[in-house]
Design a protein around this ligand. Structure first.
Ligand SMILES: [Fe+2]
Ligand SMILES: [Fe+2]
Length: 395
């Protein structure tokens, strides 16, 4: 079979040939073993989506309580720190999906625009986190182009990889250019942790004698899902997370960066990590914990226990919402204008506010008025007839 007809993430050929369907079935049989499959019996993820603040009143009261109209500014409540806390900001850019310049300059222009926006922040951010999918097909040319663009920024930079950066040379170029993950650092009273959710995929390509290019193409599909449910942390990183948190007070703020969301939103697109249950076991005692992730390319918000998850915008293109599993707390973007490459995309600006002990996230969308305003549009309400709906177990 030929894979190269199916690697376009825009999805126009994803459901093409019988070959492809056949390969998908085969992959699913091999990779989606019990325990790795999305567990339809689990209801905890959906039931506890509803934040206490929302439980304080009716749904209508929730709509006027503040967070719905102000979704651009996510507040993450942080603890009182020992010593005077100080206000700081940091920036997130991810999912630039760069092709070599001679193939496609559109994504280059948008990455440059994001970098220029961050450059213009005043005061400047304390650091930039790049959240993965810098490249489109893991090509060293793409990764080096990305490094060039990002290195224009004269601030501290930290990096976590995306699957598009990894599966041509299994992270070799990425690690050389941007260092290895996981990592951690403390900054002004906040513990930051960067995880690698992409490199622990199960090896299906060796048995199929795939070339590195074919392997990368398989991993670069979204709904193609030839790569199976690849996203995960693996035992080593779960241990790392556990160790890293063990000497940190459970009431102190923690921010975890990951490319994929650390919960189960929609496994067929790897909008999850397969070991998310273990992650939640580890973070359970912590009361001020926030996961900031890429990969989903959309406005996205969720809470499970005390952990808040914020999905960040891509600079490249917005993904549609998954057909099911959209967290109830999400206020989705509307369909974007396909004629406007700057629609539905952007970057993220996060502020730790010393006065109110909050971190506020702002979606830096290049077009601002694309958030859904009614339940019918958002599809994440309880109306089962809407196109987007919570997964059945979460209704
Ligand atoms: Fe991406
Ligand atoms: Fe990704």
């Amino acid at each position: 079979m030929s894979l190269d007809h199916h690697h376009d993430e825009h999805g126009d050929k994803l459901l093409g040939s019988d070959d492809f369907q056949q390969a998908r079935r085969e992959m699913r049989r091999v990779l989606w073993r019990p325990g790795l499959r999305a567990d339809t019996q689990v209801s905890i993820t959906r039931r506890i989506f509803i934040h206490r603040a929302l439980l304080g009143g009716t749904a209508a009261a929730a709509a006027t309580a503040g967070w719905l109209p102000r979704i651009n500014t996510m507040d993450m409540a942080f603890a009182q720190e020992a010593g005077p806390p100080s206000t700081f900001r940091f920036a997130w850019i991810s999912d630039t999906h760069l092709y070599p310049k001679e193939v496609n300059t559109r994504f280059v222009e948008k990455a440059v625009r994001a970098v220029n926006d961050v450059k213009a922040m005043d005061p400047p951010p304390d650091f930039l986190i790049f959240g993965g999918d810098l490249a489109q097909l893991g090509d060293p040319v793409e990764l080096k182009l990305g490094a060039e663009i990002i290195n224009e920024l004269d601030v501290r930079k930290v990096f976590i990889p995306g699957e598009h950066d990894w599966y041509l040379d299994m992270g070799k170029t990425w690690n050389e250019l941007f260092g290895t993950s996981p990592w951690t650092f403390d900054h002004k009273g906040v513990r930051f942790i960067g995880l690698d959710t992409v490199s622990r995929a199960m090896d299906f390509w060796t048995a199929r004698n795939m070339t590195p290019t074919e392997r990368m193409a398989a991993m670069a599909t979204l709904d193609g899902a030839l790569g199976g449910a690849w996203a995960g942390l693996g035992r080593e990183q779960l241990d790392f997370l556990d160790r890293t948190l063990s000497d940190w007070g459970t009431d102190r703020p923690v921010v975890i960066f990951s490319h994929n969301p650390l919960y189960e939103y929609y496994p067929p697109w790897n909008f999850w990590v397969r070991d998310w249950r273990e992650v939640h076991e580890i973070v359970k005692p912590y009361t001020k914990i926030t996961n900031i992730h890429g990969h989903t390319h959309q406005v996205l918000y969720n809470e499970i226990g005390a952990m808040r998850s914020i999905g960040m915008l891509a600079t490249s293109w917005p993904w549609p919402y998954a057909p099911e599993g959209v967290p109830k707390l999400t206020r989705p973007m509307l369909r974007v204008d396909p004629g406007d490459p700057f629609d539905g995309v952007g970057w993220g600006q996060i502020t730790f506010n010393a006065d109110n002990q909050h971190v506020e996230h702002e979606y830096m969308m290049w077009r601002k008025d694309i958030l859904a305003t009614s339940q019918v549009d958002s599809g994440t309400g309880d109306n089962p007839t809407t196109f987007l709906s919570p997964r059945p177990d979460g209704r």
